[in-house]
Design a protein. Structure first.
Lengths: 369, 396
């Protein structure tokens, strides 16, 4: 592949450059399209950079009665961004209504969870310590955010919000959906107990056929009805339960595909060795199945991250919901573009990062076999 | 890693694989726990309803509804018509939004997929940026963004005018719409006659009609053309124009509807585009080489060799994305468009009948899902090899 001779030499990667140049300028129509598209792209890039950085307003003076003076921003509308709309409110946008004097705690929670995600992606396929790490990090973050121990001031869950809440809900959903989904998948493919198989199929198909919004409504309105008052969880826990049960059905389908891909010889060999069923499942079948479907599983988790934005329906303040209420504020109403671009950028970085990790894992998986 | 487990011999069942007593106790405990849970839930609900004085059952559906619905597809008046009618209007709204979204997502997705397959690096760069941008941002954010942009459009007097009589204002998107002309009775009769003849032709089994397939096809085409001309002569397009305070004429799609359809189309076009691309790339390269070796032109090779095989790979995942789109249209409640979830939520808060509402919503969405699944199974028979591909996708 890289041994083609040519005026650009024989190093690998050079072929890619040659092919790209040929595609760009190889024929007359291609060259015309290149010129046209390059011009359009450059113009768009320059306009965006101009709007976001060059002509943007970065600071505005305060007026006497503590309301910011927006005349600079109004003059720059359509020409430059009004970044004070984000900068003056960035604490509410990222952290919700968390008390500002102990803001180091949600910062710590965010950093710990992001480090957990990054480490899991880097650790790839041989991370036996990962379940333990996830559980401890998750509960540590819960303690840090909630307080009440080790001298930390307690903060009720109604005040949690923004990015820590999004990451916490995603982590909780992943932690809950993996075991439940794996159990459901095992129940669905088992050949022995048709009752369990029927129950699994019923649950999976029902939950997959419903939109997440209706499940959130159900969790929010049904759980207080079903459970007695002392056992009713708070709004955040109800949302986490709904999202976890929703994700579990999708995880179950993905794991089921992995289970079906394991050759039946594995099960037969385990039975020939006389291994009990739980050993066979836990130590032989499940590890291989999960390793096979790592990429689709990660895709499901990315969808879970994006689905956490729906909890604004039941009144919780996640990262998108804080942006919503900022835009609803009459003072900053005209500058919705800046606020939405900021929030969208955060989601984009998270989601794109996770999908890059997934692609990296997929390529590494086939190399290591 | 070494597994140390005590291996013992136990009496086995008929096939010799499972020991007879393994797991039975566990299963009995699980079933007992489930029964206990169900009994507990039912008794809780029953006692709560008795305490609140709320009647259970679906009788509340026939009470007058206090839910205002903007622009319903069936005649509906709040405070006069029943909850059942409100739900029906909601279902129709959902179907309309989903249908328009499906159309937009398919068309956009096809364009995106074909663009992504281009050999020009800049074109694929644009396609990749589009896909990554609109796939990684949550759809709720995208919907709110488009909705707020539409709300900030100028009012009807200074509406933006795009080509051919399309107006964009803060009331929404105004499009030209066909209206039936008066005094076109002959046109109507020609239509009806042409339609009946076409149907008769299609179901006719007379041997004299069974000439070559192309002759049958051309007869159907002639009759359809005649019917279309008759219909066109009896219809006229009404173009919107700026009236005093609003846009007069044509049809105006509300800002909520337009934002919802546009957002759904753009978001799902990324998925459909990726599926189209992987479908076309999934056809082995040898197929095209063999077609060209046989002397087929590039277009003929694409139409007769590549596309049928690619469609087999494309249609099952696209069908599941369609089901996804229909479920995601429930996000209308965020924008304020009254689809079935939004109306049932209002119903729930007004009547307090949580369990019945939940059952109704589940039933409605499961019915929609079943219908989509059946349509997918219809495709199984139309293309050979589709059944195997569908089973493969259903397993994923």
């Amino acid at each position: 592949m890289s041994t083609t001779s040519g005026f650009l030499g024989q190093r690998p990667g050079v072929t890619y450059v040659r092919r790209t140049l040929f595609g760009l300028f190889g024929s007359a129509p291609a060259a015309l399209v290149t010129v046209f598209l390059a011009a359009v792209t450059l113009k768009l890039l320059l306009y965006v950079l101009d709007w976001a950085f060059v002509e943007a307003v970065w600071t505005i003076p305060d007026r006497l009665n503590d309301r910011p003076d927006l005349t600079l921003c109004e003059k720059a509308r359509g020409v430059g961004a009004c970044w004070p709309a984000v900068l003056l409110r960035y604490q509410f946008l990222i952290f919700g209504r968390y008390p500002s004097e102990i803001i180091w705690r949600p910062w710590a929670a965010i950093l710990m969870l992001l480090a957990l995600f990054a480490y899991s992606g880097w650790r790839q396929l041989r991370g036996a310590e990962l379940p333990f790490l996830w559980l401890t990090t998750f509960f540590l973050c819960l303690l840090i955010m909630g307080g009440g121990v080790a001298g930390l001031q307690p903060v009720p869950t109604e005040l949690w919000g923004g990015l820590p809440l999004t990451l916490l809900i995603t982590t909780a959903a992943i932690l809950g959906a993996l075991p439940i989904g794996a159990l459901l998948a095992l129940g669905r493919v088992n050949l022995r107990w048709s009752g369990i198989r029927l129950a699994s199929i019923l649950y999976i198909e029902t939950v997959r056929g419903l939109p997440l919004i209706s499940l959130l409504f159900m969790g929010n309105f049904l759980l207080p009805v079903i459970l007695p008052a002392w056992a009713t969880p708070n709004a955040l826990t109800r949302a986490i339960i709904a999202i976890t049960l929703f994700a579990a059905a999708y995880v179950a389908e993905v794991v089921r595909a992995g289970l079906r891909a394991i050759p039946i010889g594995q099960r037969e060999a385990a039975d020939a060795l006389g291994l009990p069923v739980w050993v066979r499942t836990w130590k032989i079948i499940l590890p291989q199945a999960l390793r096979l479907v790592l990429a689709p599983l990660l895709n499901t988790f990315i969808s879970t991250l994006k689905d956490t934005t729906l909890i604004l329906i039941i009144g919780l303040l996640d990262l998108f919901s804080t942006a919503q209420s900022s835009v609803a504020n009459p003072l900053w109403q005209e500058y919705y573009v800046e606020i939405y671009v900021f929030t969208a950028a955060i989601y984009f970085i998270l989601s794109f990062g996770m999908s890059r990790i997934s692609a990296h894992l997929e390529s590494r998986q086939f190399k290591s076999r | 890693m070494a597994v140390t487990v005590k291996i013992r011999s136990v009496p086995c069942n008929g096939s010799g694989i499972y020991p007879l007593r393994s797991g039975r106790l566990l299963i009995a405990c699980v079933i007992a726990a489930l029964l206990l849970l169900t009994w507990f839930v039912v008794s809780q609900i029953g006692s709560l309803f008795a305490a609140k004085g709320v009647a259970s059952g679906f009788g509340f559906l026939f009470q007058p509804a206090a839910i205002p619905i903007a622009g319903p597809l069936i005649p509906y008046q709040p405070y006069v018509d029943t909850y059942a009618r409100a739900l029906l209007a909601g279902v129709l709204n959902t179907l309309m939004v989903s249908g328009a979204g499906l159309l937009g997502a398919t068309i956009l997705g096809l364009c995106v997929g074909l663009t992504r397959l281009s050999k020009h690096p800049l074109i694929t760069l644009w396609a990749r940026c589009y896909i990554e941008l609109f796939r990684n941002i949550p759809i709720v954010l995208q919907l709110m963004f488009w909705y707020i942009i539409l709300l900030h459009m100028p009012n009807a007097r200074q509406a933006f005018s795009l080509w051919g009589g399309v107006f964009l204002s803060n009331r929404g998107l105004s499009l030209p719409w066909p209206v039936l002309g008066i005094g076109s009775a002959t046109g109507w009769w020609l239509c009806v006659a042409g339609g009946l003849a076409a149907i008769a032709l299609l179901i006719a089994r007379l041997p004299s009609w069974r000439k070559s397939t192309s002759m049958q096809l051309s007869r159907v085409m002639i009759l359809t053309l005649a019917a279309a001309i008759a219909l066109a002569s009896s219809l006229s397009m009404e173009f919107p124009r700026k009236g005093g305070f609003s846009i007069v004429g044509g049809t105006t799609l509300s800002a909520e509807f337009s934002a919802l359809v546009f957002g759904l189309s753009v978001y799902f076009s990324t998925y459909v585009g990726e599926i189209v691309r992987s479908g076309i790339l999934g056809v082995p390269k040898g197929q095209r080489e063999a077609a060209e070796a046989l002397g087929l032109s590039s277009i003929a090779a694409t139409r007769f060799v590549i596309l049928p095989q690619a469609l087999r790979l494309i249609i099952p995942p696209v069908m599941s994305q369609y089901a996804n789109l229909i479920k995601t249209s429930s996000l209308a409640v965020v924008i304020g468009y009254q689809d079935v979830v939004s109306i049932s939520n209002a119903m729930l808060t007004q009547t307090g009948q949580a369990v019945e509402t939940v059952i109704l919503i589940a039933a409605i969405y499961l019915t929609i899902n079943l219908v989509v699944g059946q349509i997918l199974r219809l495709f199984d028979s139309s293309l050979p090899g589709m059944a195997a591909a569908t089973k493969r996708t259903a397993a994923q």
